[in-house]
Design a protein around this ligand. Sequence first.
Ligand code: NAP
Length: 482
Amino acid sequence: MPETFQNLIGGKWVDSASGETYANVNPADTDDVVGHFQSSTVEDVRAAIAAAGEARAEWKAMGAPRRGFILSKAARIIERDLEKIAEGLTREEGKTLVEARGETARGVQIFDFHAGEGWRLTGDTTPSEFPRTMLYTVREPLGVVGLITPWNFPIAIPAWKLAPALVSGNTVVLKPASTAPLTALRIVEALVEAGLPDGVLNFVTGSGSVVGNELAANPAVRGVSFTGSDTVGSDLYSQVTGRGAKCQCEMGGKNPLILMDDGDVDKAVAFALNGAMWSTGQKCTATSRAIVHKDVIDEFTEKVVAGARAIKVGNGLDPETQVGPAIDEAQMNAVLAYIDVGRLEAELLCGGNRLTDPPHDRGYFVEPTVFGGVTNDMRIAREEIFGPVLGIIGFSEFEEAMAIANDTRFGLAASLVTRDLSRAMEFVDGIEAGLVHVNTPTVGAEVQVPFGGMKDSSTGTREQGQVAVDFYTELKTVYLEY
Ligand code: NAP
């Protein structure tokens, strides 16, 4: 019998005022109900915001190092429960157990990193032009913040918002993606067990248009950090900033991988398969455009197609599986619709179908798909597909490759494979992306450095690393004459 999970408001696990729940279903096996979650109302969100408001003063007064101790303890609890958390993640999101374990371990690193930031939440001391005057800055929390997260990294993204928000003294209402709330709940449980005071973190599940919208609209919420689609993010940004609060949005990508004629083809093939197919292509940093020099395009194409055909698609709980299902039926249908568009625009080289024969008959599985003969004006080269689909685009000159790579409204991640140092530096200088890779794949991020995009991928402020606290704090400048 699947468990029913509750909201956390003011330190108490409670049902929604709606009295209603929804089923969270395994996308690899729709007979497997992972759990039932609260279909929350605006009243539930308001109660959570009020509880966060009441907890503010005590949490702020605790001081950043001691707040960090709690994060550190939560990291140990997540580490202790890693297998259980990873299994739940695979069941609700579909990625493989190897990927889920890796993401959970990353959640541990994120909490450890920001626990340490509790020791370093510093301002600056600056010489004053006046005598006997001390001039310095301190960081102040924003107050109550709302965190709205997507389903594709259900532990890493809540963690990389929660950890800097909490260590810098904010109180939080977390609204996880409706299709993957269990993993976020596991982090909330870890923080509660670690000793987080009541009301500091509140957890409310339910639809984006109800729960998320109230976080965006409520004047008591002084900052909203959102990761998700650019359609939702751009409206949310206008709404939140329009009422004078801070808003941070990390959104989509259409990430290029350029392979030069002097680059290591096998490495580029491995990067393309990893970037485009692993996690079912459901990464904001997924490689979706392979921009390949004409002298190596035949070899690259042959190897990438062979690699894509060899991928084992299935239930992520099966240790043999390399690529899991789409998150739900709607996402699978959206990917299949893009594949149909691609069939008309370009040349389908492999994949292209839903897998429906056992053991795939109860899930949302799409074959790893590669298109050749792609040009950058095609829809499959311009729009984010968010599925295991790669388009291969040819070029002759480096400048042409750069123009193609930058000819997109997105600017999240980009990669170049080359042995030429000058080309590598020209790429770093000219590419319009927040995450720049040379001889590494478009995917993958370390916790100690900033993460985020340019252009329509991001509203500019960065998450992760030391700069993550910039969004969650305001500077107070102090003039002190003695
Ligand atoms: P989404 O549909 O935009 O949803 C993201 C979150 O927003 C969910 O919690 C969703 O709730 C909520 N939401 C939906 N409508 C809302 C509204 N009107 N007001 C407030 N909140 C609302 O995105 P997704 O499908 O979960 O995630 C995939 C997208 O995320 C892709 O575009 C991907 O590129 C992007 N992404 C970006 C990054 C990055 O760091 N740049 C990282 C990962 C993913 P419900 O779940 O209840 O609908």
